[in-house]
Structure formats: C-alpha cells, structure tokens
Design a protein around this ligand. Structure first.
Ligand code: MTE
Length: 321
C-alpha cells in the first residue's frame, strides 16, 4: 500500500477551502454532533425536557401541602396511566388519547345548591387561584408516583355554587361520548365514570381540581382538561375529564363500587392495614425506580393523617373501606 503526499507547492489555490466556508462547515459539524448526541440522549432524558419551551403557567404559588419527595418524570406520569375510556392497558391512554380535543369545555352544576348552571372552564380557571401541588398518587393496584399538579382548591370551587343544607355528598361525572372516548364502546366499566365524596371530605383543604401538571396544561391521558385529585384516597377516586358536578343528599353510586363492591368501597382511603381482597396494601412499587429497589411502605391516608383522620373519627375503617 502506498500513500501519495502532494508537495506544498503542488496544491492549487482553488483546492484551498476559504476560511469562512471552513468555519461554517466546522460550526455545522459541531451542531450536527450536538444534535445527534441529544437525539441519542433523548431516551434517557425525562420527557418534560423535550416539551414546549413555554409552559402555560410559571411562578405558581407553592402549596404547604406538597410533598418534598422526588417527583416522577413527565414521561412516567404521561405514559403509565389508568384511563379506561382510552383502553385498559397502562400505555393505552398515552397512545389512544392523542386525538381527543378537550376545548371548549364546560361543567354542569346540579342538585342541592343555589348556583346551578353550566360553567365555562376557561372562565372558571381565570377566576381561580392556581397553585402547584405536589402529591403522591397511590393507585389501588399497589404502585405510586409523585406528580406536580397545577390546580385550584376543590373547596373554593364548590363554595361558589353555594351548596345548601341538604348537600351531604358531591358526585362527579366524566364525559360520556363514545365517538371521542373509544373505551366507552366496551363493557369494561359502567359508563360514564362516576365518583363521589362526602361533603366534608370535599370541603377539606387537600383536594384539588387539577388543570395541569409540570406547569403546563393537563395532557389528555391524565384527564384533560380538568380532573379531581384527592391525595389521601386511592387513585381511582381522582376522576378525570369531569363534565358534571352534582350535590346530593344520598351517597352517590360510584363506578368502581358498582363494578366490584367487595373490592372497592365508597371511601377508598389509603390504608396499609386494610388489604384489598386479592392483595396486601402494605407496600407500593414506586414507578420510575429501579426494579431491585425495595418497595415503599404505604402510609395511612397516604401521609395526610394529620389533615384528614378527624373526618373518620369513630368509623370502623375496615367496614367503611
Ligand atoms: N377517571 C376516569 N374517568 N377513568 C379512569 O379509568 N382511572 C382512575 C383515576 N381516574 C380513571 C379515572 C385510576 S384507577 C387512577 S390510578 C388514576 O385515575 C390514574 O391517574 P393518572 O393516569 O393521571 O396517573
């Protein structure tokens, strides 16, 4: 093998790359390398790092009720979901809810209150005090994750409707529209999804109506455009894509209670001492943590006993599970 080296004098001026072109080319190469590095890193980065550079809200008020535990990545929160209206697999909502358009949106308010009516969500958001609340969502299935919600106090919202003295419970209903929520064509659950709270639970300072997470609007798979978050109860109480709020005198018939009454009670408080009939509730797998890490101990009322234990004074929590 032989290599021919041109003598310096043999190089023609036309063969020399002008400095500006050379510098541009170098810049281009640097940018290309940086871009491909970013692309290869993409899988390792939390998905929020790739989100729109301008989230809808910034400088949100921080809540004293937030947990200071490490939050899950945007990717964990938006790709591991339960939203049966878009399928029963954990990845289904992320895949199947992309076409769902949650705008415009209104909420009908009915029942035992003075201010019944249909309320436009955007107007409602404008008149509410939004804050960031970081709550651990403990799913009844035995896993949990920590989510930085954007929302406003449920109690503040409900007070605007002026519930009367007969309002002992509040019932929430998800949108029922088979053409927009394909899972509703199946018989997986009793549709529409319904949840409820006792009025004193609803008026506690902890529950929020979430309209966003990670500073941005709520992704469809997480319950756009508005969902409930009740941090001391199992995740299924936190109903998504709410279109109706009804104040009632009697305890609402909730979807999971109707579907499997022996397994899912009305209260559904997080409680390590009350097993699900088919599994223990003592521990939980933290989504996003390596599989070899030990499970986390589940806390009574998901860590909010100080704020809510008084609501259940004198009640047998094994009976009212
Ligand atoms: N709301 C509706 N309308 N439909 C559902 O299937 N799943 C519930 C709850 N809200 C559900 C719902 C369950 S079981 C859980 S654990 C949480 O939503 C999950 O919320 P996430 O997907 O935002 O983590």
């Amino acid at each position: 093998m032989s290599i021919i080296i041109k003598k310096p004098t043999a190089i023609q001026p036309s063969e020399i790359t002008p400095k500006s072109v050379y510098l541009n080319r170098r810049k281009f190469m640097q940018q290309t390398v940086a871009a491909s590095l970013l692309l290869s890193l993409d899988a390792a980065l939390p998905a929020w790092a790739n989100r729109s550079p301008e989230p809808r809200w910034s400088d949100l008020k921080k809540s004293p009720f937030s947990t200071d535990e490490t939050v899950n990545s945007h990717k964990d929160i938006t790709t591991y979901n339960n939203f049966y209206e878009f399928g029963s697999g954990k990845k289904d909502p992320h895949k199947n809810a992309t076409e769902f358009d949650p705008q415009p949106w209104s909420i009908v308010v009915e029942g035992e209150c003075e201010k019944k009516g249909t309320y436009d969500l955007e107007e409602f958001i404008k008149s509410s005090v939004l804050e960031e609340r970081i709550y651990r969502l403990r799913c009844v299935e035995g896993w949990s994750m920590v989510i930085p919600w954007v929302g406003f106090s449920l109690a503040d919202m409900l007070k605007k409707f002026e519930p009367n003295s007969k309002a002992k419970y509040v019932e929430f209903t998800t949108l029922y529209d088979k053409s927009r929520m394909p899972g509703q064509k199946t018989r997986l659950l009793h549709w529409p999804y319904v949840e409820g709270l006792r009025i004193d639970e609803a008026m506690n300072e902890l529950p929020i109506m979430a309209v966003g997470l990670y500073g941005d609007v709520l992704p469809n798979q997480n319950g756009a455009p508005i969902r409930l978050v009740v941090p001391w109860k199992y995740g299924f109480k936190s109903i998504k894509s709410i279109v109706k709020i009804r104040f009632t005198e009697t305890q609402p018939q909730t979807t999971w209670n109707r579907t499997a009454p022996k397994e899912y009670g009305f209260y559904s408080n997080v409680n390590p001492d009350v097993d699900h009939p088919r599994w223990s509730q003592k521990k939980e797998r933290v989504i996003g943590r390596p599989f070899w890490e030990p499970k986390r101990d589940t806390e009574l009322f998901n860590g909010y006993a100080e704020q809510v234990a008084h609501l259940y004074k004198g009640m047998d929590l094994k009976k009212y599970f």
